[in-house]
Design a protein around this ligand. Structure first.
Ligand code: FMN
Length: 211
């Protein structure tokens, strides 16, 4: 297979200034709904980019668990690599790619921890087994082997029979307050549509970018 010969033309949809919502949060919501309707695989999966204070970047996939006019929320371990990078540099980026709709959305913004109440509410809504894994996993730290993790999980399970499983302080949510949101719609002949919203205080301005 020659990678250089793989070519797909994008011709499903169009995005223009007339049809886009003047509020990018509403526009995002309608694209997310369309992604659900189109049965996109994992429509809430987003790539989260963080960087150290020196600007060394790293990425990983997380799941969007909250969305409102306040921003984009996900949950994780605050002591993980991403948690530590956000602690030293709050500037992050998110990327949604919905290939079935030939779309991507790029978001840049500032991450802040959610309140304990918000983190508790989401933690308590998770299945018991997921909560157990969150409790025993020192996410991103080196462990000796898989057996070590499974032993920890089982012993925590035994302990939990006598004590309720509450959210550990090292686990919770981040909310990203967006300052840039770009909607990308694939078009024919690589002449794609790119509409970029930029925020100053509470006002959004719209610009078209060359593909
Ligand atoms: C589809 C998918 C969804 C994921 N969702 C989450 C999530 O919501 N929160 C999370 O902490 N990790 C999630 N992960 C795991 C992360 O990609 C990553 O492996 C983990 O958070 C450790 O990242 P870090 O070492 O950079 O902190 C998900 C992975 C995939 C592939």
């Amino acid at each position: 297979m020659e990678l250089a010969d793989i070519r797909k033309d994008y011709r499903l949809k169009v995005l223009d200034e007339q049809q886009v919502d003047s509020n990018p949060m509403n526009q995002f919501e309608s694209w997310l709904n369309e992604a659900f309707e189109a049965k996109v695989n994992e429509p809430t999966a987003m790539v989260l980019a963080t960087a150290t204070k020196l600007g060394i970047p790293s990425t990983r996939v997380v799941l969007l668990k909250a969305f409102s006019e306040n921003g984009f929320g996900f949950f994780t371990n605050y002591e993980s690599r991403k948690g530590e990078e956000i602690a030293e540099n709050q500037h992050v980026a998110l990327l949604f790619h919905w290939p079935e709709l030939e779309r991507q959305v790029r978001i840049e913004g500032v991450a802040q921890r959610t309140s304990d109440a918000v983190s508790d509410e989401y933690f308590n809504s998770r299945p018991f087994e997921s909560r157990l894994s969150a409790v025993i996993s020192a996410q991103s730290k080196v462990v000796p082997d898989r057996a070590y993790l499974e032993k920890l999980w089982t012993s925590q399970q035994d302990e939990t029979a006598t004590q309720p499983l509450t959210r550990p302080a090292f686990w919770g949510g981040f909310l990203i307050d967006p300052v840039k949101i770009e909607f990308w719609q694939g078009r024919s002949n690589r002449l794609h549509d790119r509409l970029l919203f930029s925020r100053k205080e509470s006002a959004w301005t719209l610009a078209r970018l060359a593909p």
